[in-house]
Design a binder for this molecule. Structure first.
Ligand SMILES: NC(=O)c1ccc[n+]([C@@H]2O[C@H](COP(=O)([O-])OP(=O)(O)OC[C@H]3O[C@@H](n4cnc5c(N)ncnc54)[C@H](O)[C@@H]3O)[C@@H](O)[C@H]2O)c1
Length: 309
């Protein structure tokens, strides 16, 4: 099987996309640490139920898994998640940073707390878990134990394209895509890859937390269920495998059976003068260059259209 002998942590695996990723990786032979704080979509509260339920499902299907209810926002708690993998299964190969919350608000209304809570889970949580996993992989590599470590971060079109109402979530999601690229560059010499996904799926984050997207993701009778969260998991399972050893610092959008290869910031035109620009002259030249349209941004509406065509 694709992930035989592998040990994986999936954060936020009690529900939604993370649950599907954990179930599929277990089906393909991985032993799982199912982490989930079990709170509300805004990050408040906690409940052991969701993580334990996924563990029960994996075990019922003949797999191996343990539950963990640490918050990824806690630096020491994140270390305990990694330690639980080592204590339970003797090693760690795969880290899927998936835990997430939402607290949407326009920038002029957003409170400091709403900003901090979202940055904490997505950006700091991804850092916390990656930091401890990468320390472990580096030590093991130096000791001659090659574990083919995998870090898979969960980004979002909110971060890659920029979505109004999410000035906390969007930047955090852009950051975790960049963090995957940086982790990859730092950790390649220890046999570790870092990549990121930007999923499109019907979960409580796209139904309850953001009602404006809810209707767009409904399953229609007799039609392919484009937005079932199970469409995300095959990409993550493959990226986690040894077969994806050559995939470095990539970002993929994924949903509905479609995987898009994403290309990030790159130069789309230049204006140049071997001398000092006058600001007016520079502005005139930039307007000509911008009018060529090379910097046009992708819109989520056209993404949805391309998925269904
Ligand atoms: N659903 C989509 O279309 C979509 C799009 C882009 C990105 N994402 C991202 O995918 C990831 C999964 O989200 P989902 O849509 O499955 O939502 P979800 O709410 O179903 O799942 C997220 C899980 O993360 C857990 N969690 C939250 N804070 C945590 C913490 N501090 N520590 C540990 N666990 C915590 C929650 O309890 C929840 O079970 C998130 O990072 C989300 O931002 C989702």
């Amino acid at each position: 099987m694709l992930l035989d002998g592998k040990v994986a942590i999936v954060t936020g695996a009690g529900r939604g996309i993370g649950r599907e990723e954990a179930l599929l990786m277990a089906k393909h032979g991985a032993k799982l640490v199912v982490n989930d704080l079990g709170g509300h979509f805004d990050g408040t509260g906690s409940d052991v139920g969701p993580a334990q339920q996924v563990v029960n499902e994996i075990k019922a299907a003949g797999g191996e898994a343990v539950a963990n209810t640490e918050s990824v926002t806690d630096f020491k708690g994140a270390k305990r998640i990694v330690e639980q993998a080592l204590d339970s299964f003797g090693q760690l190969n795969i880290l899927v940073n998936n835990a997430g919350i939402l607290r949407d608000r326009m920038i002029f209304n957003m409170s400091e707390e709403e900003w901090d809570a979202v940055i904490d889970v997505h950006m700091k949580g991804t850092f916390n878990c990656s930091r401890h996993a990468c320390e472990y992989w580096r030590e093991q590599h130096k000791a001659g134990n090659i574990l083919n470590g995998r870090v898979i971060n969960t980004s979002s079109d909110a971060g890659l394209l920029g979505s109004p109402g999410q000035p906390n979530y969007g930047p955090a999601k852009a950051a975790v895509a960049t963090m995957a690229i940086i982790v990859d560059r730092e950790m390649q010499k220890y046999g570790v890859t870092g990549n990121a996904i930007a999923p499109l799926a019907r979960t409580r984050l796209t139904v309850d937390a953001t009602p404006q997207t809810a209707g767009l993701m409904d399953a229609r009778e007799g039609e392919h269920d484009y937005f079932s969260p199970h469409h995300v998991a095959p990409l993550v399972a493959w990226l986690a495998s040894d077969d994806a050893a050559g995939v470095h610092g990539e970002v993929f959008r994924v949903g509905g059976g479609c995987v898009w290869l994403m290309k990030g910031w790159h130069s789309a035109g230049t204006v140049k003068k071997l001398g000092n620009w006058d600001p007016n002259e520079l502005g005139d030249e930039l307007k000509v260059e911008l009018a060529k349209g090379g910097t046009a941004k992708e819109e989520l509406g056209s993404v949805f259209k391309s998925l269904k065509s």
